[in-house]
Design a protein around this ligand. Structure first.
Ligand code: NAI
Ligand code: MG
Length: 495
């Protein structure tokens, strides 16, 4: 990525200047170097993009394309992402500070998402319904919705955008994407690659800018058929309210405060690694972070020691360096938020076993040390609210019933991890935990094939798997009278 490059909106396969003439800067959170400027979108820019996507939706080049050919385009886009994986991974690392190692791993599997939905494009079909009456033929069809708006966050820009884009395109929709103002570059590049893959102009449009301007304008645009969002629960609830007032559907993937539960019969060495991965990978900036750790009394001390020891040895530094284990937080406010929560926890009575300090990572960036808090409980805000940083709250428990109650005592329900060698307990807990994804003796596993849904304040709707196709289609029921008899006069009652 060239320094001080300027990006415009990507609308109708063209670079389009912002109508305000204004741009905003994106910086590297590890070094604070300015990376590029992006167009500051407003309602006028959003209207242009939605109209372009609406025209593309009605354009025979897209509307009449066979499902097989839609699949071909998705496969081609997957190939192009694979070919550009290194470039895209580096761009994301420079932009959000996540480890290059992690972004490389994400980008190298990202084509699989496109291949998966390419394979589903020609399997979107309806049913023939018995409908009780042998003289009618009743069948259903699944149709695309129209222009889908996607609003995405900064933590995994391309992966989280793809979870929406690939199924939406497989179903025949068009999409306007508003990426996070912290990470505009790779999503713009993705739209360019979609054109290169052969998607007609306007099928994938990108308007960059701030949430309250470009994001809100997109959500409020009257022609939008649906809004798909990943981000904070607060913004999600605003979007849901706006969408509800116009009766358009939403898919919302929101925050989490996921429990990671270690039973007394667990392999504690494995579980410790699972706890560390759950909260310190990606510097805790993931919706699925295992931020509430519950450890059985019998292994509590050992787990605490192992996790704390590993946390102390985590290598903080340049996310481009292969030896680095923890990069910066993505921007200044995000680090202030994390630091503020740890201070709040301490004032509520928490003890900091390790971490609890800002760091410049030797580069001047927005780093924060991996932090372990104890002497915490479910009444404290650090245990109840999403911190979105490398902060683990570790709590002891005695019985299965107790930990189930504690784990479920949360407003969120995105994911839960449990570590045990007891098969019956694993299934029992999996069925009783109130979360859309349950991991047993692993954490953070994910696949385009596996559906996931946030329970409670963690979201609405399903992402991934065949299930998500329902989020991007509408159902039509068609009744055909196959009977040659004259249609009876409805006002003459026959017995
Ligand atoms: P956010 O939810 O405000 O932003 C996510 C996206 O929504 C961005 O593209 C943003 O521009 C857009 N947006 C913001 N306000 C909007 C509005 N009124 N209408 C339409 N779009 C809007 O999250 P932000 O500010 O990036 O991060 C704040 C906190 O949110 C984090 O500290 C973290 O706790 C949480 N978060 C959670 C994520 C998750 O995956 N669960 C992802 C990102 C943030
Ligand atoms: Mg940035």
């Amino acid at each position: 990525m060239a320094n001080n490059q300027t990006y415009q909106h990507y609308i109708g396969a063209q670079w389009v200047a912002p109508s305000s003439g204004e741009y905003f800067q994106s910086t590297n959170p590890a070094t604070l170097a300015v990376l590029y400027s992006a167009a500051r979108g407003n309602a006028e820019d959003v209207a242009k993009a939605v109209e372009s996507s609406q025209a593309a939706f009605e354009d025979p080049r897209w509307r009449d394309l066979s499902q097989t050919k839609r699949g071909h385009l998705l496969r081609r886009l997957g190939d192009l992402i694979g070919e550009h994986a290194e470039e895209l991974a580096r761009m994301e690392t420079l932009d959000n500070g996540k480890l290059l190692r992690e972004m490389r791993a994400q980008l190298s599997t990202l084509p699989e998402y496109y291949y998966y939905y390419a394979g589903l494009a020609d399997k979107i079909q309806g049913d023939v319904i018995p409908a009780s009456d042998k003289r009618v033929l009743n069948y259903t069809m699944r149709e695309p919705l129209g222009v889908v708006g996607a609003i995405t966050p900064w933590n995994s820009p391309l992966t989280l955008t793809t979870s929406k884009l690939a199924p939406a395109l497989a179903a025949g929709n068009t999409m306007v994407i508003k990426p996070s103002e912290y990470t505009s570059a790779t999503v713009l590049r993705l739209a360019e690659l979609a054109t290169e893959a052969g998607f007609p102009p306007g099928v994938v449009n990108v308007v960059t800018g701030f949430g309250a301007e470009a994001g809100a304008a997109l959500v409020e645009h009257p022609k939008l058929a649906k809004i798909s969002f990943t981000g904070s629960t607060l913004t999600g609830s605003r979007i849901a309210a706006s969408a509800a007032s116009r009766f358009i559907g939403t898919t919302l993937e929101l925050g989490g405060k996921s429990p990671n539960i270690v039973f007394g019969d667990a392999d504690v060495a494995n579980a410790s690694m699972g706890v560390v991965a759950g909260i310190f990978a990606a510097a805790g900036q993931t919706c699925i972070a295992g931020s509430r750790v519950f450890a059985h009394k019998s292994i509590y001390d050992e787990l605490l020691e192992r996790v704390t020891e590993r946390a102390r040895s985590i290598v903080i530094g340049d996310p481009l360096d292969d030896l680095t284990e923890l990069g910066p937080l993505a921007f200044a406010d995000q680090r202030d938020k994390v630091a503020g929560y740890v201070d709040l926890g301490v004032s509520e009575g928490a003890r900091v076993l390790t971490g609890g300090r800002r760091s410049d990572g030797g580069l001047g960036g927005f780093f924060y040390e991996p932090t372990v808090l104890t002497d915490v409980d479910n009444s404290m805000r650090v245990v109840r609210e999403e911190i979105f940083g490398p902060v683990a709250a570790i709590m002891p428990f005695e019985t299965e019933e107790e930990v189930l109650r504690l784990a479920n005592d949360t407003d969120y329900g995105l994911a839960a991890g449990l570590w045990t060698q007891n098969l019956s307990r694993a299934h029992r807990m999996a069925s009783k935990l109130e979360a859309g994804t349950i991991w047993v003796n692993t954490y953070r596993a994910m696949s385009p094939m596996s559906p996931r849904q946030g329970f409670k304040n963690s979201g609405v709707g399903v992402e991934h798997g065949t299930e998500t196709m329902r989020e991007y289609t509408r159902l039509k029921s068609v009744w055909i009278n196959t009977n040659e008899e004259p249609v009876a006069d409805p006002f003459i009652m026959r017995s």
